[in-house]
Design a binder for this molecule. Structure first.
Ligand SMILES: *[C@@H]1O[C@H](CO)[C@@H](O)[C@H](O)[C@H]1NC(C)=O
Ligand SMILES: *[C@@H]1O[C@H](CO)[C@@H](O)[C@H](O)[C@H]1NC(C)=O
Ligand SMILES: *[C@@H]1O[C@H](CO)[C@@H](O)[C@H](O)[C@H]1NC(C)=O
Ligand SMILES: *[C@@H]1O[C@H](CO)[C@@H](O)[C@H](O)[C@H]1NC(C)=O
Ligand SMILES: [Zn+2]
Length: 513
């Protein structure tokens, strides 16, 4: 090998660093645009080169960290604003800062957090009960009293309900109104039972209501509720016991960003994933997988030069209804919005019974399309899977993850995922293996969403898909309209209530009535 002048300088630069000069000085040698870059310019990133760095062991090392963080609360969660969630962000930010390739930042803001459990027993027999989101904590032991009609007006509550537990049938009005009216009537607790077979869970819809104070509440199945009603109607007394543990609090939490110091900042390629989990589990697939995939790409991109700036985002409180991404998009000035060329989303990319789903950006399958350019993003992912001889399928551009606010703001978007609670069809099992008739992710929003829940080959494949799209657009925005027409519609999500939002989080359906 020929030793060039550049090589000699490189060696002496290393010597200088070893002398422990001030960090700032060292950065002018090693940092982006530093002396070293001038001597040995980095190659422009390519899809192939960026993909080549994606390794399962690196992804799983991050997963082990996230599992560790999830246990810091005593339980197992990385719900937004928890120690487990904050530790996830601190870990990501440190690794990103160490590359010196990015400007990183937090965007911190408050949001209402709600989590709880409920238990109910009648005359000593335990029932299957669910807590209502935003329900208050408390313990009540008192006779169960029947409420007339459906408990949607104060007149439905008999005087006998004072200090007792009101038994109310589901229907006609919101759960929140029933509980508030029971509180207004003087009841000490309330139980709402389903008006059909099967169990019931849902939300009170808001943190409190003008109609009355919330009191400890739980739900019962239609079968259990009707049986209890019949017993009481026949003249027997039933002593009920409700125990609710709940936390309803304002929490401060952050979106995390890392933007390349180099590249064209008038044409920013964005890629993101949500950093929070649900309260019920550690969220290693949902959305540890997307977060860690995007992280691993961000940690390898510094080996290359980019033409367009790349901004990585880790969103907070997605599980409470796209809260972090909406906060970000809603706060963009028109000039900042214009600079974002496109947004790529990765939410659940390693489901155990996976499919390879691409957001239907052109609306050809589901008749819901994104801003012009979303079609190009869909094609970019299709080409990736096709070149890997892997079947892919479109999935609806429903707005149910953090790309939603970008769609609303008329920013082209796309992404891939491996499926959540949906059921794998027989045809899909032929394409991808796995088990037909089972959910894509049996541990979706559950305590078992740990490392064992990850399908590692799918994880690697989809992280490479993400690397392909990021590298492709970091090189060139051909196919993406630039500049873009002004947004015509207001942000849909910014008009949503707390619980409308929760309908949006990770495809989760939440009943309010
Ligand atoms: C429930 O317990 C109460 C008090 O112990 C008793 O009076 C009542 O008969 C019991 N009801 C039923 C349905 O067993
Ligand atoms: C988590 O981080 C936020 C800032 O993003 C901070 O306000 C909050 O106190 C932290 N919570 C915990 C439990 O560390
Ligand atoms: C924009 O940011 C400010 C400050 O962080 C915050 O108070 C406000 O709620 C945000 N606006 C929207 C619409 O999210
Ligand atoms: C597609 O959606 C549009 C409205 O967004 C509607 O007018 C049209 O009928 C739909 N087409 C089909 C085939 O469903
Ligand atoms: Zn998710």
């Amino acid at each position: 090998m020929k030793i060039t002048a550049g090589f000699v300088l490189l060696a002496s630069a290393g010597f200088v660093a070893a002398q422990d000069v001030q960090a700032n000085e060292a950065r002018t040698i090693f940092g982006p645009g530093g002396l070293l870059d001038l001597l040995i310019p980095k190659p422009l990133v390519t899809s192939y080169s960026l993909q080549s760095h994606i390794k399962s062991n690196k992804l799983l090392d991050h997963a082990k960290q996230l599992v560790k963080f999830s246990k810091l609360n005593g339980g197992s969660t990385r719900a937004f604003g928890s120690v487990g969630h904050n530790s996830t962000l601190t870990y990501f930010k440190k690794l990103l800062d160490d590359t010196k390739y990015y400007d990183t930042s937090y965007q911190t803001f408050p949001y209402l957090y709600s989590q709880g459990t409920a238990a109910f027993s009648a005359n000593g027999t335990d029932y299957k009960t669910a807590w209502f989101t935003y329900g208050v904590a408390g313990e009540v032991e008192a006779p169960v009293i029947l409420v007339n009609d459906l408990g949607c007006t104060l007149a439905d509550f008999p005087e006998a309900v004072v200090g007792k537990i009101a038994l109310i049938k589901r229907g006609q009005c919101e759960f929140g109104l029933k509980v508030a009216l029971a509180g207004a009537a003087g009841a000490a607790g309330s139980i709402i039972y389903n008006n059909a077979g099967g169990s019931l869970s849902g939300t009170l819809g808001q943190i409190s209501r003008a109609e009355g104070p919330y009191i400890p509440a739980g739900s019962l199945s239609g079968e259990d509720g009707e049986a209890l009603r019949a017993t009481i109607a026949a003249g027997s007394q039933v002593i009920g016991k409700i125990h609710v543990d709940a936390t309803n609090e304002q929490r401060w939490s952050s979106n995390l960003f890392a933007v390349t110091k180099t590249g064209d900042k008038q044409n920013i390629v964005m890629a993101g994933a949500h950093s929070d989990s649900v309260a019920a589990g550690p969220g290693i697939n949902d959305d540890g997988s997307g977060s860690m995939g995007v992280l691993e790409i961000a940690l390898n991109l510094p080996k290359y030069k980019v033409k367009n700036a790349v901004r990585f985002a880790w969103w907070t409180a997605e599980e409470f209804g796209l809260v972090g991404s909406e906060h970000y998009v809603a706060n963009l000035s028109e000039a900042e919005r214009q600079k974002i060329a496109l947004y790529l989303n990765f939410d659940m990319i390693a489901s155990p019974n996976f499919g390879y789903f691409i957001h239907d950006g052109d609306g050809s399958t589901f008749n819901v399309s994104g801003a012009a350019g979303s079609d190009h993003i869909e094609r970019t992912f299709e080409k990736f899977y096709a070149s890997n001889k892997v079947k892919s399928a479109p999935t609806e551009f429903s707005g149910r993850s953090d790309y939603g606010p970008f769609l609303d703001a008329n920013i082209p978007a796309g992404g891939v995922n491996t499926g959540a609670e949906g059921i794998k069809t027989a045809e899909e099992a032929k394409w991808w293996g796995g088990k037909a008739g089972d959910p894509y992710d049996i541990c979706y929003h559950a305590a078992c969403d740990g490392i064992e829940n990850l399908n590692v080959p799918a994880f690697v494949m989809n992280t490479k898909a993400a690397a392909h799209a990021i590298a492709t657009y970091a090189r060139s925005l051909t196919g993406i309209p630039r500049p873009r027409p002004a947004a015509t519609n207001g942000l849909r999500v910014s008009k949503l209530s707390y619980d409308d939002r929760r309908h949006q989080g990770c495809g989760h359906e939440v009943l309010t009535a």
